[in-house]
Design a binder for this molecule. Sequence first.
Ligand code: GLA
Length: 320
Amino acid sequence: MPAPKTPLRICVGFSEGTWLGRAPGRVNLIGEHVDYLGGVVLPAAVNRHTEVTGHPAAEWSISSRVKGGLAYIRAMGEELGVEPQSVSVRSNIPSGSGLSSSAALLVAIAAGLKPDMDGAEAALACQRAEQRATGVQVGVMDQFASALGRKGHALLLDCGTLKYRAVPFPGELLIAIIDSGEHRSLAHTPYNERRREAEAGQPNRRRHVVSEIARVHGFVDALDNRDFDRLGRLLKESHVSLRDDFEVSTPHVDALVDKAWAAPGCYGARIMGAGFGGSILALIRRGAEKALAAAVERPIIVCSTADGAFVSPRAGGGAA
Ligand code: GLA
């Protein structure tokens, strides 16, 4: 879908009860497949957004082509306890790009219908709505980042306590996302099965979870010390663990990650999000964009960090 060009707030002719919500997509720097186990994660909201407008109606309807859109908006409405709405959606988050367009859609609806809601409560409501709409037992990371991410920062989130803190993200580092082209809907992947295996303490799954949580802490330490080579090493270790211990990568994605690792100016790369195809994330030096695109032989999306939908520009850091 094309990028929203005109801020909708200057539109005229909104009828009584019309609302607008806007929320960003997210990347996850590190901390994969640990959110639903109460682990720590380090996502960031990014500068790609979904905007939803709506107004009360006799029944739920959606006038835009969004995959699974009606199920999402209905589930979100049930979570928020609101009457049916007719909604339309605009987004510059490519669906299936790994930037969590579904979390952005849900958070945008929550922000539009309940702007005064607490951001963490909104994220939890969005998580429940996503679980209900898809049957996938997702964690809260994506929705939390979309709601409470901070521009210039990553968000260190403890998914067990929901305590979080904004961690400064260095301006010299660029976040690049590369779509592997292997698309899948999570409902058709072993996501729930992996979750069950990890909860049951299956040794390889457990080893990934324990080592990944240690890597999140190491990553924050390396960010604090501006040790970019260490960031890269941790991304590579995360990929190997997701590939071998959690088994959520694919040969095609592994090959893409290998190519990214070899690109000049790339500190490291790994599979991002749920996996089973999807996208990879690479951290690169500013100016290394073309070299990365040439190395992976695919288009890259370069993102910068952004504020979440429930963050006011004047807000301070999150709860410590
Ligand atoms: C998906 C889910 C998240 C998280 C990641 C894996 O993005 O929505 O809750 O579990 O996969 O880290």
